[in-house]
Design a protein around this ligand. Structure first.
Ligand SMILES: Cc1ncc(COP(=O)(O)O)c(C=O)c1O
Ligand SMILES: [Zn+2]
Length: 437
């Protein structure tokens, strides 16, 4: 197996697993210590990455040499992971005008991913390709919605059955897409933690592979390519990274990507990670604030609350039991970042503003992220001359209810006597006022 381009290494005991065929046979865990957290390392030459960074990719498969698939013929792709990274001048101007902060603000347009329009598409593409390569015919995912939707599509493209376990508050539109791709949906009477439990039991009883969550090396390897893409487009890594966080595959993958290439590209570093949660499902923020109050005592990361059935209007972020908090909190602490809470009842204001200024429709989890940017500025967490990356994870296509809330210019009229000329400037002022307040 020495000739495989990669191997997996247990993050706990360093035990090597030669490849994914063996990893799947081991039920995706370390045979030595039982840990599910292994990382993939490559024998590929990183000199070649420099040449790739000058290229113009169609998808994240551009980085095939640094992805754990053996044969390109197994690739299942819908042009995901080579998405625009845009400078949004209106946010830069706002930072300058209101806070005197001169910063670059880049927005990572994951809503434009070709599979299902969320930042889950890269992982689903790698997973489907790997399963095809290894002859896996059935897979299980427990998800708050976006992962399930994405896996459903890509696995269907590979002729692979996907059994999906979603919590009772998952969006109907997610369920519809999964079902339309003829994948099996189990809507669990309970929250996401409960959906995960039932899914795990189903996997065990039927001996079917199940996604191992946010540390799943498949997800991490796919998502780490975002670091390569930032280097390719921005020629640097950002100083600040902002993301709505649920389980935290994003930060875990960035850290992995940085460690993977830092020898070849010494200028690469982890950004300060600003992780945002909505106030109706904020267990990580609560844990962090508590740790901060106590001056981050030894082992602070092990102390976090578990919220039962969180009633958030952003079901994608409804992880009440933040099992990955210890890992994410350590990373956030190391990078000098923080966890921020934003108010859910103002999300639509942020989405309306972005639609007005950029003609981009943000989904609710992306609006959480955007609200986090404004809060970070307000709290003085962004400094002069810094580069900020805002990771928008989704558009509105799976949140029709949220989209409907964006209506604000309608007058219901019976006739001409009810119609007044429209003052767009006044509207603009009101939109800004709503997010500044
Ligand atoms: C759009 C969007 N934003 C944020 C998140 C949270 O992602 P992570 O798993 O990195 O915490 C998700 C996934 O749950 C998502 O779909
Ligand atoms: Zn181990």
């Amino acid at each position: 197996m020495q000739n495989s381009k990669y191997y997996l290494e247990c993050t706990n005991c360093k035990r090597i697993t030669p490849d994914f065929a063996q990893w799947f046979r081991q039920n995706q865990q370390c045979p030595e210590c039982g840990s599910k957290h292994s990382e993939v390392w490559y024998r590929s030459d990183y000199g070649k990455l420099s040449a790739l960074l000058a290229g113009n990719p169609e998808s994240f498969w551009h980085y095939f040499d640094y992805l754990p698939l053996s044969d390109r013929k197994n690739i299942i792709s819908c042009n995901e992971g080579a998405i625009p990274l845009e400078r949004w001048g209106f946010l830069e101007e706002f930072a300058k005008k209101h806070y005197g902060v001169n910063c670059e603000v880049w927005v990572y347009r994951n809503d434009l991913n070709g599979g299902t329009g969320t930042f889950k598409d890269v992982a689903a593409s790698l997973a489907a390709s790997l399963f095809k390569e290894e002859g896996i015919k059935h897979y299980i995912v427990a998800s708050t919605g976006n992962t399930a939707t994405s896996y459903s599509k890509y696995l269907a493209l590979g002729g692979i059955l996907c059994s999906v376990f979603i919590p009772d508050n998952a969006l109907k539109a997610s369920e519809a897409v999964i079902s339309a791709f003829s994948q099996k949906v189990y809507r669990i009477k309970g929250d996401y933690a409960r959906a995960k439990e039932v899914a795990a039991e189903f996997a065990k009883q039927n001996n079917i592979l199940i996604s191992s969550g946010n540390i799943d090396p498949i997800r991490v390897e796919a998502k780490k390519t975002m670091v390569f893409e930032w280097l390719r487009i921005m020629k640097k890594t950002p100083d600040v990274y902002i993301q709505a966080v649920s389980g935290g595959t994003g930060p875990i993958a960035i850290d992995k990507g940085v460690r993977e290439i830092v020898n070849a590209f010494p200028q690469v570093k982890n950004p300060r990670m600003i992780m945002v949660q909505p106030d109706k499902c904020d267990p990580m923020v609560r844990a962090w604030e508590n740790a901060e109050r106590n001056n981050f005592p030894e082992g602070f990361e092990k102390d976090y609350p578990i919220l039962k059935s969180p009633q958030t209007g952003v079901p994608t972020l409804a992880t009440g039991h933040p099992a990955t908090y210890p890992l994410i909190a350590r990373l956030v602490r190391q990078t000098g970042g923080t966890f921020l809470r934003i108010s859910e009842n103002k999300l639509v204001d942020f989405a309306r503003l972005v639609a007005f200024e950029r003609k981009v429709l943000l989904g609710p989890a992306s609006a959480v992220c955007m609200a986090g940017f404004f809060k970070a500025l307000k709290e003085g967490r962004i400094n002069n001359n810094e580069t900020v990356l805002v990771n928008t994870g989704e558009g509105t296509n799976r949140a029709p209810d949220f989209l409907e809330q964006m209506i604000y210019t309608t007058d219901h009229v019976s006739g001409i006597e009810d119609c007044k000329p429209y003052d767009k400037q006044l509207i603009e002022k009101q939109l800004w006022k709503a997010v500044e307040g």
